[in-house]
Design a protein around this ligand. Structure first.
Ligand code: MN
Length: 336
């Protein structure tokens, strides 16, 4: 089936140094082979997309990106350079690529200005942020200018994992739990819950946040969040149960999770219009992701929503019409 994929990474010039911040989370051999694909936008990336039936990839600067830059001015300049570079790549192949902008939240005011430039000048469909910025999370007051612009422009934020600010004691002696195995999931799910409990969605009613990795476990936890949050001591009074904020303001992608159980749970708990296909290229096996969604035990209508219709709606883009022969072929990729 035809697809739009949303968690598809690249690395622009000058960003290689930031990758060192996450290098210890990967097997060195795996990382060096994946990194070869990051700066490439032609044959390798497009042939992967063709094999997987991905018509459009929404590209984003790979983690940790500009979040790893400690100098505020350098971060602001790096974000602008990355966005200009991405815009050039999209303009070379506008029928296949869209973009998420990257912003330097080290300076929230200029980050808010860059959001506007990304959307209005460069035509990006959203913003992607790799977790906290120097230990500060997006529910904090200083980031309100960023949320104001996102809300006004009605473009989503992809909240992508990054390393925790410090290394929690519970991971000591168990380095294999760091990174994609587990610690990024806890970090990102907690960041998303800070937005829910911190009232971001009360203040900004049009904001949508995208979480990868099948919602970073949140779809599985909605009932328990509702059950216990209302009786937890402290914190601000919530107008709605946590699950309602999550269903109204958070949508998820399938990136890095190729299993029917979590997919069916997510469709059931989040809703059929809240789950979108992604691969997490080049860190995950894109063909496996495509085979998974093409064969998942869901209806044709559900598959169309997951593969492209929900993304078309969210990003206000349309896949070009296909010939009848191509439609028949794409709807049977991996199924014959
Ligand atoms: Mn990713």
């Amino acid at each position: 089936m035809r697809k739009i994929a949303l968690e598809e990474h690249f690395s622009g010039p000058g960003f290689e140094k930031y990758l060192e911040a996450v290098a210890e989370m990967f097997d060195p051999g795996f990382l060096s082979s994946a990194e070869k694909f990051l700066p490439e936008f032609d044959e390798k990336r497009l042939s992967m997309m063709d094999k997987c039936g991905i018509d459009i990839a929404v590209l984003s600067q790979t983690a940790p990106g500009v979040q790893a830059e400690l100098d505020k001015e350098a971060a602001t300049q790096a974000a602008r350079r990355s966005n200009d570079f991405l815009s050039e790549q999209i303009n070379r192949n506008p029928s296949r690529y869209r973009g998420f902008g990257c912003i330097a939240l080290q300076d929230p005011e200029s980050a808010a200005e860059e959001v506007v430039r990304c959307v209005k000048e460069l035509g990006f469909v959203g913003i992607l942020v790799n977790g906290h910025t120097a230990g500060e999370y997006l529910d904090e007051e200083k980031f309100q200018p960023f949320w104001e612009q996102l809300n006004a422009l009605k473009v989503p934020l992809y909240l992508h994992p990054g390393n925790p600010y410090d290394k929690p004691h519970m991971y000591s002696g168990r380095p294999e739990l760091n990174g994609a195995t587990w610690s990024w999931t806890c970090e990102t799910a907690t960041h998303a819950l800070r937005l829910v409990f911190g009232g971001i969605f009360d203040r900004y009613s049009d904001v949508k946040v995208i979480l990868g990795h099948m919602g970073e476990t949140l779809p599985f936890m909605l009932w328990r969040l509702d059950s216990r949050a209302l009786t937890s001591p402290g914190g601000r009074a919530m107008k709605k149960p946590p699950s309602q904020y999550i269903r109204e303001h958070i949508v998820i992608t399938t990136s890095g999770v190729c299993a029917n159980g979590p997919l069916l749970c997510s469709l059931s708990e989040m809703g059929e219009d809240s789950v979108m296909f992604s691969t997490d290229y080049p860190y995950e096996d894109a063909e496996l992701a495509a085979q998974f969604i093409d064969n998942a035990p869901i209806s044709l209508e559900q598959r169309e929503k997951v593969c492209f219709r929900t993304a078309e709606h969210l990003f206000r883009i349309s896949l070009e019409p296909q010939s009848a022969a191509a439609t028949a072929l794409s709807s049977h990729s991996y199924r014959d």
